[in-house]
Design a protein around this ligand. Structure first.
Ligand SMILES: NC(=O)c1ccc[n+]([C@@H]2O[C@H](COP(=O)([O-])OP(=O)(O)OC[C@H]3O[C@@H](n4cnc5c(N)ncnc54)[C@H](O)[C@@H]3O)[C@@H](O)[C@H]2O)c1
Ligand SMILES: O=C(O)C(=O)C[C@]1(C(=O)O)C=C[C@@H](O)C=C1
Length: 306
């Protein structure tokens, strides 16, 4: 057990990420008391029933009052409204953070409502599952995953260091990045891939109407992975695309160009193009495994190189 990093932590929005943070903080003794608030009475009841948070409050302001750290764990599009519910109760010296998947938009929506004397340190854990809600969380979610801190210029370095200590205590590796760079990187590694998975599953569903249930019956591993991703929370992902518009459209534009090039290679029988392309992408996967970045990858990925 570590010494608490914060005496009082408030979690606003009690879904997958907040509940995982709660269990991870409890596992390592990182917070004295953790309060929580969720918009729906049903979620608050569930949280009380499963012991999620030391105290579940009936308003965001009640949960945030007196907290040393307040973490906004709601969909990206709701961050601006939520900070306005709590701005008047934030205590001087407190830190406000968030876990949103998009950073420039959150900073734009939240920063104007942070009172003088309160720190704002945006963050984004690069860990999740397709499940959502208060019962989806688990203490190990952040183990050996990245959590990116995106402090705006002039932020107190002690406030940043303290949040870093919290994330490291929850098992994550921490890096810092600026917001625009974050949003471009995540458009490549997370946002565009999710949109592609949503599309692929949508196409298969359309096809299913033609081929009856064969798409589901014979779905192979690759397609199943797409369906896992495409089962992710619709509200969360709607907000991601609406708030990281430019970077996502830029990456999707490039994706479409490559897709057309591959389509052409197939039509013209250009096997050389296809082989070279797949050789390049295979090397990327191997690079990730060799760098120890894919903790889910089986060992044979490292050992066998044909
Ligand atoms: N799921 C992931 O893989 C993942 C990973 C990293 C970061 N994130 C980010 O974390 C945040 C939370 O995601 P999650 O997966 O925990 O979602 P979730 O759906 O499991 O939980 C979201 C919570 O926010 C509440 N909420 C929704 N709208 C609200 C509003 N207008 N006001 C107040 N509360 C509201 C919901 O009731 C729920 O309690 C999002 O910003 C998301 O982008 C998600
Ligand atoms: O593993 C998953 O289910 C995820 O999609 C997690 C994932 C990702 O794309 O890697 C999704 C969104 C986040 O903002 C961070 C992590």
């Amino acid at each position: 057990m570590s010494a608490p990093v914060y005496n009082r932590v408030a979690l606003i929005g009690l879904g997958l990420i907040a509940s995982s943070m709660f269990w991870a903080m409890k596992r390592a003794g990182l917070a004295g008391e953790v309060t929580g608030y969720a918009r729906s009475a049903e979620t608050r009841d569930t949280a009380r029933r499963i012991g999620l948070c030391d105290r579940v409050c009936d308003s965001a302001a009640e949960a945030a009052e007196g907290a040393d750290l307040v973490v906004l764990c709601v969909p990206v599009g709701a961050m601006g409204a939520v900070v306005q519910d709590i701005e008047s109760v934030l205590k001087p010296g407190a830190t406000v953070s968030d876990v949103g998947s998009v950073k420039a938009h959150v900073i734009e929506a939240v920063a104007p409502h942070i009172p003088d004397g309160v720190h704002f340190v945006p963050a984004h854990p690069l860990a999740g599952t397709e499940h959502s809600g208060p019962e989806a969380g688990f203490a190990e979610l952040f183990d050996n995953r990245w959590s990116l801190l995106v402090p705006v210029e002039g932020t107190d370095p002690d406030a940043v260091q303290r949040l870093r200590d919290l994330w490291e205590g929850m098992g994550a590796n921490v890096d810092e990045m600026d917001a625009d760079h974050h949003d471009l990187v995540l458009a490549v590694t997370s946002h565009a891939p999710h949109l592609i998975a949503y599309t692929m599953v949508g196409v298969a569903d359309d096809l299913r109407r033609v081929t009856d249930s064969e798409v589901i019956k014979y779905s192979a591993a690759g397609f199943r992975d797409f369906t896992r991703i495409a089962a992710s929370d619709p509200t969360m992902w709607r907000d991601v695309f609406l708030t990281n518009k430019d970077a996502t459209l830029e990456i999707l534009g490039r994706f479409t160009e490559e897709l057309f090039a591959l389509q052409r290679a197939i039509r013209t029988g250009d096997g050389e193009h296809l082989h070279q392309y797949f050789t390049r992408t295979r090397a990327i996967r191997r690079g990730i495994i060799e760098a120890g970045q894919d903790t889910d990858a089986p060992d044979f990925g490292r050992a066998k190189k044909t």
